[in-house]
Design a binder for this molecule. Structure first.
Ligand code: FAD
Ligand code: SF4
Ligand code: SF4
Length: 486
């Protein structure tokens, strides 16, 4: 009843998030949303009805893969207790400033918000971001209690969201954790993939530093499979978690794909983010974008490429996507931001081949119009070619952003680790693999997904690893991981 009364008084829209002007921001790499102030965050928190979950009633927190007690932290914020709110988030969340920015909350917590049934949902993501930023800026990172040591040692392979979550959770349970990360910086896609204007690297560094404060050691520039293998690690560690992600680019395999000027999204974004090509010549990483850049794909990766291309000086940045706007898998906010910045969308169109000039540089894409048929296995309507509708797009750069596959090195160098037909590591519901003592999670076991799903996997695996190390060393038979069984 009280809830009904509150509902009738609800402010229908989220309080606005200040943003850089599109005309301005398209010329810089600074973060696009500027962040809310305390007064606005508290007003936003007051839109929350403090709903109680019921047997047949899902609410916000049922949609959070890391199980943050959302109503509880919002209640503290409503009362102006920022420290209390943040400590509730910290109970479950290792990367709050990251998730507050890039989590696809519209499909997670906010997708289940009761206010969202008739109005805009409570801006849970932006509240999380506000609190995490407040904590960092005010240097309120609380003292981290170090629990008594269990005497157990854990190796984590890969320092992305999945690996960092496992590392942080296990360290807080008293295990000695070492992360082995191939790159010189930790954070996985958060540092090499997602651009600065969506996720400043300084924020990722601060989150990684916080995890290190829990006692986690990180060994960078350490490629497992090239230096030590998982088997080598098992000689020194009591358990191993593999969170090596999905960083292997998919290609279109169309005629002409070897022409100069055609790059995978991965290479393009890594050059810009990790190797700072956007600050050339201060950093000696060259990157060339032509007058017209075409990005193939419709996910977050494609939006990041198309928006980065504009910031690097492209006169025109076009997304070529084979389905329609409604099927775009990217977060809606990213699509809107891309449009505001002037990215053009060539929808219901697919490439057929790349055409080069006499010097071997790409100069055109031949494409074809598509229409939508019946839904396919993914539930989205299948794109079908409209024969004879071929057309040409002039371009000097093509960025291929049509998905990534699992990194194959660890499975290739770990003989008894079973994989699925997609090349992902086969795991059970606890993240256990076919090899005793080895757990896996994140994109390497699900295929390319999202930050928060990778973290949810990490959380589940950390729980199971703790139980394996402390009281239940039982393990399923390898046959349980045969193709299709998991
Ligand atoms: P990763 O983040 O890939 O981390 C794996 C880590 O393992 C890497 O650091 C890698 O260097 C390391 N590694 C690999 N092999 C080895 C080895 N042999 N030895 C040691 N280390 C190794 N998701 C969202 O939720 N929101 C977004 O807005 C979003 N945008 C994205 C934009 C881009 C450009 C990309 C590429 C992805 C985006 N995603 C987004 C997806 C999200 O980033 C991933 O799902 C998530 O990072 C997966 O986490 P992970 O820990 O499993 O893997
Ligand atoms: Fe929502 Fe993501 Fe934060 Fe969970 S981590 S509360 S799903 S924004
Ligand atoms: Fe608040 Fe929405 Fe969660 Fe209800 S479902 S407690 S309104 S955030």
């Amino acid at each position: 009843m009280a809830e009904e009364k509150k509902k009738s008084r609800i402010v229908p829209k989220k309080y606005p998030m200040p943003e850089q002007d599109p005309k301005e921001r398209v010329r810089n790499f600074n973060e696009v949303p500027i962040g809310q102030d305390k007064e606005t965050a508290i007003l936003e928190a007051k839109r929350c009805l403090q709903c109680k979950p019921g047997p047949n009633r899902e609410i916000c927190k049922d949609g959070c893969p890391v199980e943050i007690d959302i109503p509880a932290f919002i209640k503290e914020l409503q009362e102006g207790n920022l420290e209390g709110a943040m400590s509730i988030i910290r109970e479950k969340q290792n990367l709050p400033a990251v998730c507050g920015r890039v989590c696809p909350y519209e499909n997670q917590c906010e997708g289940l918000c009761i206010v969202g049934k008739k109005n805009e949902p409570v801006g849970i993501g932006r509240l999380e971001r506000f609190l995490a930023d407040w904590e960092r800026n005010e240097q309120m990172h609380g003292k981290i209690e170090t629990p008594p040591s269990t005497g157990k040692k854990v190796a984590v392979v890969g320092g992305g969201p999945a690996g960092l979550t496992v590392a942080g959770d296990l360290a807080r349970l008293g295990h000695k954790v070492t992360v082995f990360e191939a790159l010189q910086y930790s954070g996985g896609v958060l540092v090499y993939g997602i651009p600065e204007f969506r996720l400043p690297k300084e924020i990722v560094r601060a989150e990684v530093d916080f995890i290190k404060k829990t006692g986690v050691e990180i060994k960078n520039d350490f490629v497992v499979g090239k230096l030590d293998t998982v088997d080598d690690l098992l000689e020194e560690y009591d358990a191993v978690f593999v969170g090596t992600g999905a960083g292997l680019p998919n290609w279109t395999n169309l005629e002409g794909e070897n022409l100069n000027g055609i790059l995978s999204a991965n290479e393009f974004l890594t050059r810009v983010n990790l190797m700072k090509a956007f600050r050339f010549p201060d950093y000696d990483t060259p990157i060339r974008v032509g007058k017209t850049v075409v990005t193939l794909g419709g996910g977050n990766v494609a939006m990041d490429c198309a928006r980065t291309a504009l910031r690097l000086g492209a006169g025109e940045s076009i997304i070529l996507y084979r389905r329609s706007d409604a099927e775009l898998p990217a977060r809606r906010e990213e699509v809107n931001h891309a449009r505001e910045e002037g990215v053009k969308f060539e929808m219901l169109a697919a490439p057929l081949k790349y055409i080069g000039d006499d010097c071997g540089n790409v100069k055109q894409i031949e494409a074809i119009r598509m229409k939508l048929g019946e839904p396919d296995d993914s539930g989205r309507r299948r794109p079908i070619r409209i024969e004879g509708s071929n057309f040409i797009v002039d371009c000097q750069t093509v960025l291929v952003a049509i998905g990534q596959s699992p990194n194959p090195l660890v499975p290739m160098t770990t003989p008894d680790l079973k994989t699925t037909k997609w090349g992902t590591i086969a795991v059970d519901a606890k993240g256990r693999t076919s090899k005793k003592g080895v757990f896996a999670g994140g994109d390497i076991s699900t295929g390319a997904a999202t930050v928060i799903l990778a973290m949810g996997d990490g959380k589940r695996a950390a729980k199971a690893m703790h139980s394996y190390l402390m009281d239940d060393p039982s393990w399923p038979a390898p046959e349980a991981f045969e193709k299709g069984a998991c």
